[in-house]
Structures are given as C-alpha cells and as structure tokens.
Design a binder for this molecule. Sequence first.
Ligand code: ZN
Length: 174
Amino acid sequence: MLTTTHLAAVLLLGLLLNLDRNEWFAALAFGVALDVDHLFAAPGYVERNGFAAILKPSWDDGSGIPWRSVLHYPMGAFLVIPLSVGWRLLLPLLFWLTHLAIDYVQSVTLAYSAVVESAFLASVCLGIFAFSYQAWAAASSDHGLRPFLRYVKEYLRSSIYGPRRANRGTAGRS
Ligand SMILES: [Zn+2]
C-alpha cells in the first residue's frame, strides 16, 4: 500500500504499545522504511510503464523483474528474526509482519484497492485520533474537542521547534 498508509498503521500500533525512542526507530525502519526498495526499482519500472504507472497499486507489470527486495517476502524472516532478538515483543519482527500483512491484504484485494486502502487508512486515522484523545483526556483537566485540538497544535509545534518555544507543560513525554 502507499507509504502513508504504512506510516499511519505504524503510528497507531506504536501508540498502543507506548513505544520509547529506540522502539519508534525500529518500528519505522521495519514498518515503513522497508518500502525504500521501491526506489531502486522505480527507474526501470517507469521506463517500462510510464510515469503515471507509479500510482498503480501493484508494480507487478508482468516483466518478471523484481520490484521489491527479499524483505517483502516471508524469506525475509531469516534476516528480521535475528535482528529482533532482545527487543521487547520482538518489535522489529512485529512491525515487519504488520507491513507484510497490510501488503498482503492489498494484493488479494487489488481490484478494489482504492476503496480498501481508503477505508483502512480512514479507520487507522480514526484509531489514532481516538487513542490520542483518550490519553489526553485522562491526563488533562480539560475536556472537549477544542482544547484537545489546541493541545495537538501545541504538541506539534514543540516537536518541530523544540520544547523551549512551546508552552510549559505541553512539551510531551520524553
Ligand atoms: Zn511494502
């Protein structure tokens, strides 16, 4: 699926598992950055199919030329499992499997890819929103959508510009 969809799925799972900084790194590497292999295949693919074909749900153009690395196939487990040893919940493996599962669902629903992906992305985003709201409401004396959106704005600002420029108390967890 689109990298944005993978990113959203990793965000939701990461929030649910309350990841720390190192764990976020592993989650993003194995859950999202995995798709970097498409970049290596892209020049040849575009040459064969034209630029617009970039947006096709599957890059399998029947040429037999691989467009995904071994990490996109079950064989990749031989690489991912050793790297997962020592991580809580074998996190790299967990996020890698999640990525493969999402790609698999897409591959079996290719004909309805746009609908399936939109519905999936929308539910994941809704999940992220619901989880964040709940966590905020539990920790804050404020309630309601407006204060929450103000908090999100402040939180994003502090993430981008650093905690010093943000209001006190909204610097987020370390
Ligand atoms: Zn993928």
